[in-house]
Ligand binder design. Structure first.
Ligand SMILES: CC(C)(COP(=O)(O)OP(=O)(O)OC[C@H]1O[C@@H](n2cnc3c(N)ncnc32)[C@H](O)[C@@H]1OP(=O)(O)O)[C@@H](O)C(=O)NCCC(=O)NCCS
Length: 270
């Protein structure tokens, strides 16, 4: 399995770095990124694309910029005409809070989700939960609310959120699947890792799925995995935190600037 995380909040690209990154992705990807108003969103989307393309490159030996990506009707990215080494690859990205994350497997089906454990200003935990009432079953709410402290409740809430999202992202449906059909029984976290959470679909435990949950730097990163993973790369059983400098990006800067934008033109988040 390849499990990567890039801390986008501390990635402050120079204009040269940004244009080299832009040269590594496709015109359609650049168009999309150019539409974000804030630096944070542009960086997260760019980081997701670079993580995907770096994984393809690592597994196939081809340049990151050589791949053609499209999206299915639910918005899930897929590789158009993948080389033989990538035909069985399942991959997914997620970006939220301070991180962009990636999971990829050559044999198992994967979905990833990342969330920062935080509460909006001027909101109580119970007010926040009130808006999310219909996303979890009664059993799940009982588990979410079981800790005595608000912090513990919020922690469990984001665990559950990531589990749900990682599953619907692995199957590719997004929210259409109906979140109440999926019920998780969370396992014990030890050293900020848990591998024992189980899922039931329509009340029946589905042991074909396993969940890799990691708590890292106040974020949950969860990878839903269906089937056996036989990918040789990055065999450690944990997320590898990479920096922009670790990624392979084009040596050249994007030369036709009319297709892109200056990073410094984007706004800081309020
Ligand atoms: C895409 C979706 C599945 C997840 O979105 P999200 O959590 O807002 O965003 P994430 O950062 O985790 O993931 C976004 C990435 O997932 C990928 N993606 C898009 N649609 C996808 C789909 N149907 N299945 C899997 N992956 C998808 C894309 O790569 C996208 O990034 P990109 O557009 O920059 O390439 C969204 O459609 C959705 O259903 N969101 C659920 C929101 C919600 O209220 N969840 C409640 C959970 S309790």
């Amino acid at each position: 399995m390849i499990r990567l995380a890039l801390k986008t909040s501390t990635w402050n690209p120079t204009e040269t770095e940004w244009l080299r990154a832009a040269n590594t992705i496709s015109e359609a990807e650049r168009d999309r990124i150019s539409q974000f108003m804030y630096k944070r969103d542009a960086k997260q989307s760019m980081a997701g694309r670079l993580l995907m393309r770096n994984c393809f490159s690592q597994l196939s030996g081809a340049f990151p910029e050589s791949f053609v990506l499209s999206r299915d009707t639910s918005g899930k990215p897929y590789l158009v005409n993948p080389p033989a080494t990538l035909t069985a690859l399942s991959f997914n990205v997620s970006h939220a809070g301070d991180y962009a994350t990636f999971a990829g497997s050559n044999s198992a089906k994967v979905g990833v989700d990342v969330m920062k454990v935080e509460l909006r200003r001027n909101t109580t935990v119970e007010q926040f939960f009130g808006h999310m009432k219909r996303q979890f079953t009664d059993f799940e709410w009982q588990r979410i609310r079981s800790p005595g402290s608000d912090r513990g409740k919020l922690f469990n809430f984001y665990r559950y959120w990531c589990l749900k999202e990682s599953y619907v992202k692995a199957i590719g449906t997004g929210l259409k699947f109906g979140l109440l059909k999926i019920e998780f029984d969370i396992g014990r976290m030890e050293d900020d890792i848990c591998r024992t959470t189980t899922v039931a679909i329509d009340g029946v435990i589905d042991s074909d799925w396993r969940f890799e949950e990691v708590y890292l730097d106040n974020h949950f990163i969860t990878i839903a995995v269906q089937g056996e993973d036989s990918t040789r790369e990055h065999v450690e059983d944990n997320v590898k935190v990479v920096k922009f400098d670790d990624l392979i990006v084009s040596k050249d800067m994007l030369d036709d600037e009319k297709y892109f934008f200056s990073f410094n033109e984007k706004k800081e988040c309020p």
